[in-house]
Design a binder for this molecule. Sequence first.
Ligand code: SF4
Length: 291
Amino acid sequence: MSTGRVTRSGRRILRGGKSQRKADTTEPAAGQGVKSATSRAAGGKRRTVVEYEAPSDDQDKKLRWEPQNWRKQLENIRKMRSSRDAPVDEMGAEKCFDQNAEPQVMRYQVLLSLMLSSQTKDQVTSAAMTRLRQHGLTVGRILDTDEESLGKLIYPVGFWKSKVKYIKKTTEILQEKYGGDIPDNVAELVKLPGVGPKMAHLIMDIAWNKVSGIGVDTHVHRISNRLKWVKKETKSPEDTRVALEDWLPRDLWSEINWLLVGFGQQVCLPVSPWCSDCLNRDICPGANKKK
Ligand code: SF4
């Protein structure tokens, strides 16, 4: 079992021992018990100390549903992803922004790269981001860029005409309402034109380093259903997000997107997955046994 949150790129944020865990304000994962006790703080005042009590395995199984073999399947996917050479590793949203820019500019670039990435291959998004950065990718610069020029810079990303309008409108809102920065919460992010829940959770994670939910794209949606990581088959990425968040420990929410997207690009392909080469072939309900 992991000892702390692992970020999208596999960076582990180590937590301290027992005392630090008590101070953690993260809500308990499903199935965790909550124990209260009273003690005396300095000065003699009574105070209530709330701490989380890890349930025993038996309790855990009674309290919540979780997929069979998921820990082993996850471990196998981590092994298959250990070389970190999928397109998402080299050209994903975490690689497209200028690491030396001001934090506010970096956050804007994360937002833009994710807006460009929907329905678009990582290679195409990355190339468009390079052109935009050469042009100047700040709120001010994009406000000064007319739609036709912006279109030429982002073409051929998917739905580029609509994205030109979304980017211009969103950038105006950022300037007027947020002083040129991006919102720091999902509720306000999803109000921006062209930003949906999946994108908002990824923006929170990458731009603000806050985990607000699982970013479920088509890869995460497909693989979660093949592995039966959802209790009942789900029809949309948003349904899959809700189903996964119901049981997957919160400290894995950031990592799971990065792991499954790359796994879906290299092994568990949309059509003709490489089941015969997959370490999960004997414990995956969706494995194609014929290959
Ligand atoms: S066995 Fe096949 S369907 Fe299952 S996770 Fe591996 S590649 Fe995907």
